[in-house]
Each structure stands twice: as C-alpha cells, then as structure tokens.
Write a protein that binds this ligand. Structure first.
Ligand SMILES: *Cc1c(COP(=O)(O)O)cnc(C)c1O
Length: 385
C-alpha cells in the first residue's frame, strides 16, 4: 500500500478551471478585474440566493482573501480605534486579526456545546457587561466552525435586541444551511474564503456578501485603493489593494461548477467516520444537533472522552496517525488562550478550552478515494488498539 501523505483538506480541481484561466490569457485580462471576477461574483450570488427566496438584493464582492473581507466589513461598519468588537473565541486567528488592524479591542466569547460556535448566553452576558462598563460593542463576529452553522436565530435575536450588527464568518461554511437557508446570507455582512484548504479554492481569495448594492460599491471602492472620480489619482479615504485577480476568479468559476459535488463528498467522508467510530467507546463524531442544521462538514471532527477511551488522549491519536503519514489537527486553539490575545476580555465557562483539549480534526478532503479511506480506517483502528 502506498504511504503517500494524506492531508486534512487539499485542493480539488473540477477540470474546467483551466478553461477560464485560458480565456483570461486569450483576452489579456491579467488584472485584478475582468470577466472572471464579474462572472465569479454572479455565480456566488446565484448560488447563495437559490435557497434564500426573498433575498433578491444579495450582492457579492470578490476579494483577495477572507481576512480582507472581514477587515472591509469592520471598516464599513465604522469600527475605529478604541472601539470594541465581540468575537467568537474558538476560531481561526483570521476572524480576530482585522479587529487589531483597526486598533479596536476584541472581546472574546466562549462556545456552546451543540455547534462549537459562539454561545448566545455568554454573548448576552458580555454585551450587558460591556455596556455597563460604558462601551457598547460595534459588531459581533460569529463563525460557522468546520461548516457547522452557529445558532442563527438566537444570535440574530441578540443582534436585533441590542442593535449590534453581525459579521458572519462563513469562511468554512460555503454549502452549509440553516433551516434550508444558505450560510453566507445571515449577517449584515458575511464573508467567504477560497484559501487552498477550503471546500472550494481559488488558490487564495475571499468574498464579502451584503444585502446592499451601496455597501458592495463602497467595498469595491475601498478594495481598489479608494480612487475618487478624477482624471488624476485623487484620494479622500484610506484605500486597500484587496480585489481578487481575474486569474484566481477563473479558478473560482470552475470550482463553482462542482461545489455541490464537493459538499456531497465531504458529507460522505463525515458518514465514513460516523460508521467507523460507531462501536468505539469514548470517541464521538461531532454531528448536527438537529434537522435544522445542515453542515458541509468541511472538516470532520471527533471528541475523545479519555475516561471512556482506555486513557487514550487526543494527542496520542494525532501522533499515532502522524507516524503513519496521515495528517490530523487539534481544533482551533481559542483566541483567549493565544499569547497575542491573553490581555483582552473573555466571557465564558471553559467550553472552548475543553473542546480544544479533546477534539481532533480528521482528513476530510473531497478527493480522498476508497484506497485512502481504507488506509485511514486501518490506521485509526491500529492506533486505538
Ligand atoms: C480561512 C478562514 C478565514 C480567513 O480566510 P482567508 O481567505 O484565508 O484570509 C477566516 N475565518 C475562518 C474561520 C477561516 O477558517
């Protein structure tokens, strides 16, 4: 049996990406604008809208990364130096870093058990406490981790009650749904990522989704160096160079043709793990809490309860798989535990810390075949012995 490295999540081309790239070359659209950029935005818009009737005004701006999209969302919400922004603690650092770019203060919030995402109870406690200390937070950054939708209705209710807009970090959740509505359409601003490890990729890229054409225009303006209308270069705002390349957007157009297949394949991988661990004591595959939730299962996640697993710990399994050339990774280390963020406020009860301690992400790529699966299965069963 081959011992090639099995990755957690690797790019998976559909085949037609190269045609879009070729057409960019033929037309000499080698630039951060062009037909592929417009087409990719249109593809995303059609995709997100299809299950979201009534949302006819959805607008998408293709950007150079998901991180850039979060940064622009914060700018468009008027976040400035000294402001506070609420942010799910258990996430990838890119959810929180743009808060720092603006000189604002992140206020981190714990996860709840059911979805691993921002806990509505702790969020409300945090909001009340920040307001009582004299500062109302400017935004809530909520994340659909590993593709699992956060508690959309609870978070929406809190957002409305306190009038604090949500930035929906849907970087890992393209193709996921809550009550039949697509993730990426729930926030005042929503963001997507097309980094190399995501469910579809443009090698690197992202998008900002909004209901407002005005906001999209402003985002594109800021993403293209904030050039005022004038024959010379004139600027009355600080601008950024955040637009997506027409080459990358061509990859995105090809990937959109196979997105549904990619979601199906990731969900198949998840089912493979559900079957594999069904009879293993102390290991739980992390599943949707109810029919309302539909995860793309970007990454399949297990939790190990060492009191029931014969003392087996997350690191034991991770190292054992590594020795067999199979990549796995602990869950995102919560931001409030990160050296760079330890001095910032955190509201929670230790849920994210515990999940980080016991959780492991397993190989989940849509391009893993039967042979890979058999190798993963034998490796895991061997490691559990
Ligand atoms: C990947 C990711 C991002 C950042 O996206 P990039 O395109 O890599 O900048 C943000 N948030 C989460 C949760 C992510 O997984």
């Amino acid at each position: 049996m081959s011992n090639e490295k099995i990755w957690l999540s690797s790019p998976h081309m559909g085949g037609s990406e190269i045609n879009y790239i070729n057409s960019a070359f033929e037309q000499n659209w080698i630039a951060p604008l062009g037909p592929n950029v417009n087409g990719f935005e249109e593809d995303l818009k059609n995709y997100l809208q299809s299950y979201n009737s009534g949302d006819s005004s959805l607008e998408v701006a293709a950007l150079s990364s998901g991180t850039a999209a979060i940064h622009l969302a914060l700018v468009l919400l008027g976040v400035k130096n000294g402001d506070e922004v609420l942010c799910q603690s258990m996430t990838f650092a890119a959810s929180a870093n743009p808060i720092m770019y603006l000189g604002a203060t992140p206020v981190f919030v714990d996860s709840e058990e059911e979805t691993l995402n921002i806990c509505p109870i702790q969020l409300e406690i945090a909001i009340k406490d920040r307001i009582s200390k004299g500062k109302k937070p400017k935004a809530i950054i909520a994340v659909h981790l590993y593709g699992m939708p956060y508690k959309v209705e609870e978070i929406q209710r809190i957002s409305e009650e306190y009038d604090i807009p949500v930035i929906e970090d849907s970087a890992e959740a393209l193709g996921s749904k809550y009550k039949g509505m697509k993730c990426g359409t729930f926030g005042r601003f929503s963001i997507l990522s097309f980094n190399g490890n995501k469910i579809i990729t443009t090698s690197g890229g992202g998008a900002l989704v909004t209901n407002s054409l005005e906001a999209k225009k402003k985002a594109v303006f800021l993403a293209t160096q904030a050039r005022d209308e004038a024959p010379h270069y004139q600027h009355s705002h600080v601008g950024y160079n955040y637009r997506l390349s027409n080459i990358s957007a061509g990859i995105g157009r090809g990937q959109m043709e196979v997105l549904d297949k990619r979601v199906e394949a990731r969900r198949d991988m998840f089912q493979f793990y559900v079957n594999l661990f069904r009879t293993v004591d102390g290991v739980k595959v992390f599943e949707e809490p109810s029919e309302d939730y539909f995860s793309n299962h970007w990454l399949s996640v297990i939790e190990i309860d060492e009191t029931k697993s014969n003392g087996l710990q997350r690191e034991d399994l991770r190292k054992c798989l590594e020795s067999k050339n199979i990549e796995s990774r602990p869950l995102w280390k919560p931001m409030h535990m990160q050296p760079i963020f330890t001095d910032y406020p955190f509201y929670g009860t230790g849920v994210a810390e515990k999940k980080f301690e016991n959780g492991l992400c397993l190989p989940s790529g849509s391009n893993l075949n039967e042979v890979d699966r058999e190798r993963i299965k034998q490796a895991i069963l061997g490691c559990l012995k």
